[in-house]
Design a protein around this ligand. Structure first.
Ligand code: ADP
Length: 214
């Protein structure tokens, strides 16, 4: 297996308190990692450190054989994010933008990719609907389709099933497992350990002071 990520002794400090302390682990390409731990144990902080949104005060995050723009990050969804005024198609196809340096018009390949991912996520019939009108589960599917349009090789997902019922959450996990079976590395932060753990081949448990990987 090819190593894709190494986190070494990561510490993140907000003002005077450590949100994350000495977190070290490595992942191979194609792993499906579940990150678990109680509220406040630093799960979101770890994901943001990997995504490059925050810089650890100590330690390092290194990637192998993957570029920064091949990492897709989905933050915890808030009501504000979810009310973005655009159609599902506009949201999904906008994922292709990060692959191009300059502003441009969507080309045939972008449109094909958007249609392919709408179909993969089972939301092709919703493409002309307003994103705001979708259910929570449909919104997550649209955001996942957008990440796939960016041709991400690694997906970082922060509590993607928050607010979803069990059945919708399981559907989302199954889709993620399928995406993972296509060779995409997945890191998912969740409090739903019983729901997610069966889809993961690696798990990372963050505690108050230590992190341990299985
Ligand atoms: P989790 O995702 O496991 O709930 P977080 O990574 O969100 O944990 O937070 C870890 C700790 O860092 C918590 O104590 C939280 O209150 C604190 N924290 C998170 N973000 C900030 C911030 N922007 N400023 C100050 N403290 C923060």
């Amino acid at each position: 297996m090819q190593k894709i990520l190494s986190c070494s002794q990561i510490c993140v400090k907000y003002e005077s308190t450590f949100a994350l302390s000495n977190c070290s682990f490595e992942l191979d390409a194609g792993n499906f990692l579940g990150v678990f731990g109680p509220n406040g144990s630093g799960k979101s902080t770890l994901l943001k450190s990997i995504a490059g949104i925050i810089k650890p005060s100590q330690g390092s995050v290194n990637f192998y054989g993957i570029k920064k723009n091949e990492i897709g990050y989905m933050a915890q969804q808030t009501a504000v994010h979810r009310d973005f005024p655009a159609s599902v198609y506009e949201i999904v196809i906008s994922g292709t933008l990060c692959r191009h340096k300059y502003f441009y018009f969507y080309n045939k390949n972008d449109k094909k990719l958007a249609d392919k991912n709408l179909e993969l996520l089972g939301i092709e019939q919703l493409k002309h609907k307003s994103f705001q009108e979708l259910s929570a589960g449909q919104k997550q599917r649209a955001l996942l389709a957008r990440m796939l349009c960016a041709e991400a090789k690694m997906l970082l997902l922060d509590e993607p099933t928050n607010g979803l019922d069990i059945e919708t959450a399981n559907q989302l996990y199954s889709i993620l497992k399928y995406i993972n079976s296509q060779g995409i590395t997945v890191i998912i932060v969740s409090h739903d350990i019983s729901g997610v753990a069966k889809f993961c081949d690696r798990t990372l448990h963050l505690g108050e002071y230590n992190a341990g990987i299985a």
